[in-house]
Design a protein. Sequence first.
Length: 149
Amino acid sequence: MSLKEELYKDCIAFVDKRLETVKTVIASNQKALESETKSSAGDKHETGRAMLQLEMEKVSQQFLVAKQMKETLYKINYEKTADIVCLGAIVETNIANYFISASVGELKKENKTYYAVSTSSPIGKKLLGKQVGNEVVFNGNKIKIKNIC
């Protein structure tokens, strides 16, 4: 299995785990909402329901974000190599290594650290479309692209 395929599969596993966690929280909140019964302390009941509704909205948003991440990952062809930084590229720089995919964070492979970042992240935007030898400035640091796979 190639490095890119391993990174890709780690990203998919991360997003799948996040989706499962969010689904569990949604189900739990749904159950809590359904089991809320009107008590003699009406205001307390309404406050509890309102808090659950807010939590449901927040979790539903997290679910949508995770689904979008998965859709983005499905657009990656990990067998393809590129000369420019694009979705699915592994970018090695003088400062860090990046996998342009979804905002998953730090992944460790072959004793190296790779940061899975989306094309809409600040560093992803800076690197997108660049070639080997190009430099970008990010957070006051000059980042030179050494390799793209």
